[in-house]
Design a protein around this ligand. Structure first.
Ligand code: GDP
Length: 313
């Protein structure tokens, strides 16, 4: 069993590759729910939906979020009626939010709802939220503490960040399906190239998951989300600069420290390999920019190979 920890876009791109090279019973994808929020009566789960749409081959590859072939009549009408329009909800996407709200209102846990939705999309691999109870990322900024989507979407990541807080993490409830995987045999954990502060940290911030990662008997393989000193998408590099670290693959390796055994870094960052090795890590140099599914699959193959080598060492 390989357990992959994923945020949204970067996470989903590697997850779809892993799903192409591993059978369903050998892969569990644990997804960040710190970005989730309540909006117009819906519980919106951006990272879960990005991973789900990507695995279902139903994602919008241009925007990096939402559905392919999306329609916007609902949003247009919302705007015309003077309703909230700062968060885009496409017509197809809306169907998922309605189904999720309905199931949550019936008392289903988020993990059950996710399983059901994945089934409807024909996904055979397991996608599981990190928690069945709400965990909400709060961003500490010069403008005060902000809810994650306020920072991310409404303010377009403009405020300068000084730290993060994961409200609800202490009492977070790990979904039963994930608890079972954590108790069973795990061959490796893969940290997808997701934002270290707001995608991976909230997952590791769930106490039971954090403890499981610290007491691990399996190797942890990570793919750097920073390529050539920049983030492919999103605020990761900006956050690093604001937190006083140079945005590069070496800083990311230092940030994770002992939590990671093997680093997969991009060909462009070849020159940083030696310094990461001196931290006591194994380093794999690969093409890590996943512009399409073929590249996602090729990278996933490298990651799985590295996991198997590390395990047999
Ligand atoms: P979010 O929740 O949608 O922001 O998604 P993630 O946290 O999963 O992804 C954001 C991170 O993924 C950013 O730091 C990006 O640099 C990284 N990323 C996105 N696409 C790629 C890619 O193709 N390769 C690598 N190595 N990183 C990527």
């Amino acid at each position: 069993m390989i357990v992959a920890l994923a945020g949204g876009v970067g996470g989903a791109k590697l997850a779809v590759g892993l799903a192409a090279v591993l059978p369903p019973e050998q892969l569990t994808i644990v997804v960040n729910t710190g970005d989730d929020f309540e909006h117009m009566g819906f519980t919106i789960c951006p990272d879960l939906d990005t991973v789900m749409y990507t695995l279902a081959h139903a994602n919008n590859t241009k925007t990096g979020w939402g559905r392919a072939g999306e329609g916007w009549r609902f949003m247009q009408e919302m705007r015309r009626l003077g309703g909230p329009d700062w968060f885009q909800l496409g017509d197809r996407d809306l169907a998922v939010h309605v189904l999720r709200r309905e199931a949550l209102a019936r008392g289903q846990a988020l993990s059950q709802v996710t399983r059901d939705l994945c089934g409807r999309f024909g996904i055979r691999h397991t996608i599981v939220p990190m928690s069945d109870t709400p965990v909400r990322t709060r961003v500490k900024t010069a403008a005060g503490e902000l809810a994650f989507q306020d920072y991310f979407v409404r303010l377009r990541c403009a405020p300068r960040v000084s730290g993060f807080r994961f409200a609800g993490a202490r009492t977070a409830r790990v979904p039963p399906a994930l608890a079972r995987v954590m108790r069973g045999r795990v061959d490796a954990v893969v940290l997808c190239p997701s934002n270290p502060y707001v995608s991976i940290a909230p997952i590791a911030g769930v106490p039971a998951i954090g403890a499981w990662l610290r007491q691990r008997k399996f190797p942890v393989i990570a793919v750097s989300p920073i390529i050539g000193g920049a983030a492919v998408k999103g605020p990761a590099a900006k956050m690093m600069r604001e937190l006083g670290v140079k945005p590069d693959a070496l800083s990311v390796a230092r940030h994770y420290g002992a939590a990671v055994d093997c680093w997969v870094i991009d060909e462009q960052d070849d020159a940083l390999g030696g310094a990461i090795e001196r931290l006591g890590k194994r380093v794999v140099i690969a093409r890590t920019l996943m512009k399409n599914r073929r590249l996602s699959t090729a990278l996933a193959r490298r990651v799985v190979r590295a996991a198997r080598q590390k395990k047999s060492e």
